[in-house]
Design a protein around this ligand. Structure first.
Ligand code: GLN
Length: 409
């Protein structure tokens, strides 16, 4: 599979994996929580195992209870009553759902626009389906002050316009953004939407962190902008919503013209998503509102974010305060690493951030994710200044990691 290029090289998650790192290393790398899903959601998972039908294949569209829960939870967000038969598709994690979109729509040579840094899984999903990724960088802030937020990462819209060709099929939007934490504003999304409409493009909007926005920042869905519902497929995730990333339950929402072919593709990829945990995810969505769950969860995450950022302030790490997601990028270009350090072969030839990340994991016992992995070779220089820290951890762990960061030089 030479044509897939970088997609077949060792991925960042396998390199910065607990299996390769010191035993007591604190994982602020791959984004998963070190706490359990809410009790009522776990109880529903238990109960589902005692329901015979929930142990067997579900309809490829997803179990009806979950599709109805998605409809009831999201219809007001999309200003329409979502049709559970044609406009909602349950997937095996958001990742597989996105993959199915590319299987359904990507024809050889189709160009897909990605904003960098982009979540790395998009790339193989596109190239395995013979699409061609086209990269438009988000430009980092030129100066970092204590007021700099993730909003300071900007698209150059002339650059975006120039990236569009007759072969362009799709633009991928990700808000709140992994790894920057940027929450796209309505104005930014409107400019993307204008181009999508002008050039008749599909938009895949990855909104898996849609329940994690801070400082009262509103979540704007590009699907809701005029003329966009018909061309947008929106991606959601139970893993992020209910602290169960390993359950692999996600969903897609969009018009029948986009969901239908994606269903056909997904049926041939996984046939259906695991059934019992769909029931549990349904229970999560059914009760979240009345339990005030998401509001409380945002407060908890905002505190986690702020705890970590105070340690960054203390040691002088520069960052842009994330307005959403559970990631923050820190500028590590000033962190010194000894040249004669025994770096393993698997990071040789990668960006400087891989070396800094490896060194910090070994020496301080805090693992992170190097950001150059989320850039194409041409733009890698932008990303290699940064490491991504995940703060989806309990406060004790964040304090412990913060104490260890005091050893940064
Ligand atoms: N979305 C998670 C992260 O960015 C998990 C990555 C993955 O799927 N391998 O950390």
């Amino acid at each position: 599979r030479m044509s897939t290029g970088r997609a077949m090289s060792l991925d960042v998650w396998s390199i910065f994996n607990a299996a390769n790192l010191p035993a007591d290393c604190i994982n602020l790398g791959q984004g998963y929580m070190n706490f359990a899903p809410p009790q009522w959601v776990k109880d529903a998972a238990d109960a589902s195992l005692n329901t015979v039908s929930a142990n067997h294949y579900s309809h490829p569209k997803g179990r009806i209870r979950l599709r109805e829960a998605i409809r009831d939870h999201y219809s007001k967000d999309f200003n329409r009553t979502l049709d559970v038969e044609n406009e909602i598709l349950v997937s095996s994690g958001a990742n597989e759902g996105q993959y199915a979109v590319w299987v359904a729509f990507c024809e050889p040579g189709d160009e897909i626009i990605l904003f960098e840094p982009y979540f790395d899984q998009y790339l193989p999903s596109i190239t395995f389906n013979h699409g061609v990724p086209v990269y438009v960088p988000l430009h980092p802030p030129t100066n970092f002050s204590d007021k700099t937020t993730s909003d300071a990462w900007k698209i150059d819209f002339d650059e975006l316009r120039r990236a569009i060709t007759p072969k362009t099929k799709m633009i991928v939007v990700n808000t709140p953004h992994n790894p920057v934490g940027k929450v796209f504003t309505e104005q930014e999304l409107q400019k993307i939407a204008d181009l999508a409409i002008e050039h008749n493009l599909i938009v895949m909007s990855d909104e898996v962190y849609d329940c994690l926005l801070f400082d009262q920042k509103p979540h704007v869905r590009i699907a809701n902008l005029p003329g966009m519902w018909e061309r947008t497929i929106t991606v959601g995730s139970a893993g992020k919503s209910f602290a169960c990333t390993g359950w692999r339950v996600g969903w897609l929402i969009g018009p029948q013209s986009l969901v239908g072919p994606t269903l056909a593709a997904q049926t041939r990829i996984v046939f259906c998503t695991n059934s019992p945990l769909q029931e549990a995810a349904a229970a999560g969505l059914e009760e979240a509102e009345q339990r005030g769950f998401f509001k409380k969860q945002v407060e908890e995450y905002q505190e986690r974010r702020d705890v970590l950022l105070r340690y960054f302030d203390e040691v002088g790490l520069k960052y842009s305060t994330p307005e959403g997601s559970y990631f923050v990028l820190a500028d590590v270009s000033d962190v010194q690493i000894p040249e004669d350090y025994p770096f393993p072969d698997m990071i040789k030839g990668r960006g400087r951030d891989f070396y800094v990340g490896w060194f910090l994991a070994q020496e301080l016992g805090v693992s992170t994710i190097p950001v150059s992995e989320f850039y194409c070779d041409e733009h890698m220089k932008i990303g290699e200044r940064f490491l991504r820290f995940a703060f989806c951890k309990d406060l004790d762990t964040l304090h412990k990691a913060g104490e260890r960061l005091r050893g940064i030089t």
